[in-house]
Design a protein around this ligand. Sequence first.
Ligand code: FPP
Length: 249
Amino acid sequence: MNQLSPEEKNNLPRHVALIMDGNGRWAKSRRMPRLFGHRNGVENVRAVVNTAKEVGVPYITLYAFSTENQNRPKDEKSGLMKLLEEFLKKELRSMMEDGIRLRAIGDLSGLPDFARRIVEETIEQTRENTQWNLTLALNYGSRQEVLRAVAQYGQDHPSSSHIPSWEEFSPYLQTSDLPDPDLIIRTSGEFRLSNFLLLQAAYAEIFVSPLHWPDFGRDAFLEALSNYANRERRFGKTSEQIHQPLHTS
Ligand code: FPP
C-alpha cells in the first residue's frame, strides 16, 4: 500500500504508539550482530516519523528502551544509548525546521549521563515546537510510572480517602500532556503490550505487524493506518449508539 484514500485520511489516529520489536531477529537472519539491527531500526524511525508528517498524525510515541531492557548485555545497552545520542544530534536541525517537539517518558535518571543530557537538551531546545510531537519511552515501564503517580498523588492529597476520577489522577502520569494513544502498533508478530502505556491504552486499537521493525517502513505504516481508519471504535457503546445521533431534549 502506498497511499491512503480520502476517507481513510479523514479517520486517522491522532496518537500512534509503536513497540519497535524484532531488531535482533532481523539482524540474526542476516548473520549480523544485534546492534546492526538496532542501527537499521533507527533508520526506520526516520521513515515512520516522516510518514506521520506526510499524512498528518501529530503524536508519535516510540518504545525505545524499557526498564526490562536494562537486563540486556552491557555492550548492547551502551550501543543503543550511542545510537540514541547520534539520532538526536543528527535530527535536531530537522526537528526545528519541521516543528517537532521532543518529549521523553520513563526514568531518565537510569540512563548513562551522556544519553540523559542529550535527551534533556533536545527536549529543552524543541520545547516551543508545536506542529508535531515525538515522545521517546526511555527506561520506561508502565507499572513503575503508575506506582510513581500513585505516590505523588498520595503526597498531594494526604488526608483524602476519596477515590480519584481518571481526570484527577491522569495528570500524575508522565503522559499528562499527551492524548491517549488511539493506535498501538507492535512489530515482529508478538501480541503483547510488554509494560507499555497500560492505562493510557485502555481504548487503543492494537495492530500487530509480522514484519521486524527495520522492515516496517512507509508502506507497512500506511497499511496499519488504513486498517485503523476502517475500524469502528465504540468505547464500550453499541454500534447503533455510535451511528445514531444522540437524542437531545
Ligand atoms: C526491540 O528489538 C528493540 C529494542 C529493544 C530497541 C529499539 C531501539 C531502537 C530502534 C533504537 C533507538 C531508538 C531511537 C528512537 C533512536 P529486539 O532487540 O527486542 O529484537 P528481538 O526481539 O528480535 O531480539
